[in-house]
Write a protein that binds this ligand. Structure first.
Ligand SMILES: Nc1ncnc2c1ncn2[C@@H]1O[C@H](COP(=O)(O)OP(=O)(O)OP(=O)(O)O)[C@@H](O)[C@H]1O
Length: 245
């Protein structure tokens, strides 16, 4: 990570991680929006790698570049300079990356079960198997009762829970979640985070979460702090044992 906190020990989330086992690796990756005097540097030269089973929080004030960094890791944005690669993922890595976006990401014409099953159907899974996996994932975030509803019939928090269930059903190797608990009350947020952590533990997936919530960051083992597009510090700690019970 650049610049690196000299007091922090080496960890797989840092450049010292095994380059070939990295699910995603950034080297001096920068992302600029706009041109000339209107240019905004959302991410300045980030260098980091995410290894299997990593549990990373990206914290920082609004506008500091957290979502932009996550979009680079997801391949949704190409770096303006530097590189982002996915050494341990297949050429077509999209099925192996699960994304939870901020805001509305459900398809309005599909009900909740169909929305949750969609990535599996698109990946070629049989419809009935995909539906079973979707219903199981919805149950894990206490959203089984919403299966037949349309997105327009959901609250913002319920829609966010469904977006998390969709990623759980997909069982990806890398989960990138942008404020997955941002629109949820504390108890529901803690429950959804537990579902994400449990799913990641079960499958060995890596988890990267952007958050404003210190209680969310406290449950992850590594914390990146962003300010004005720069990753300032990398902290390592034992995650809190807090559960949603
Ligand atoms: N598509 C875009 N076009 C132009 N500027 C953008 C775009 N997306 C983000 N930015 C700018 O890049 C900077 C970083 O934004 P980003 O959304 O990554 O921050 P953030 O830390 O995720 O904020 P928040 O916590 O509010 O979600 C901000 O100055 C923002 O205005």
């Amino acid at each position: 990570m650049t610049p690196r906190d000299p007091s922090s020990p080496p960890a797989s989330a840092q450049e010292s991680g095994n380059a070939r086992s990295a699910l995603v690796a950034c080297r001096d990756a920068a992302l600029t929006f706009g041109l000339g005097t209107r240019a905004v540097v959302a991410v300045h030269g980030a260098s980091l790698s995410v290894q299997p089973s990593d549990r990373l929080a990206v914290v920082g004030p609004s506008g500091s570049g957290k979502s932009s960094l996550l979009h680079l890791l997801a391949g949704l944005e190409r770096p303006t300079s530097g590189t982002v690669t996915w050494p341990a993922l297949a050429e077509d890595a999209r099925n192996e990356i699960g994304l939870v976006f901020q805001g509305d990401s459900l398809i309005p014409a599909l009900d909740v079960a169909e929305n949750t099953a969609l990535p599996l159907v698109l990946a070629g899974r049989h419809q009935r198997q995909a539906r079973e996996a979707a219903l199981d994932a919805l149950a894990r975030v206490d959203a089984a009762a919403l299966a037949d509803r349309l997105p327009e019939e959901l609250s913002g928090g319920q829609a966010q829970g469904v977006a998390v269930a969709r990623v759980l059903a997909q069982a990806p190797r890398l989960i990138l979640a942008d404020e997955p608990t941002g629109r949820l009350d504390h108890a529901t947020g803690a429950h959804v985070l537990t579902a994400l952590l449990t799913a990641a533990d079960t499958t060995g997936a890596a988890l990267v979460i952007t958050t404003h919530d210190p209680s969310v960051a406290a449950r992850l083992s590594t914390r990146f702090t962003m300010r004005d597009g720069r990753v300032l510090t990398v902290g390592h700690r034992s995650p809190d044992r807090e559960t949603d019970s």
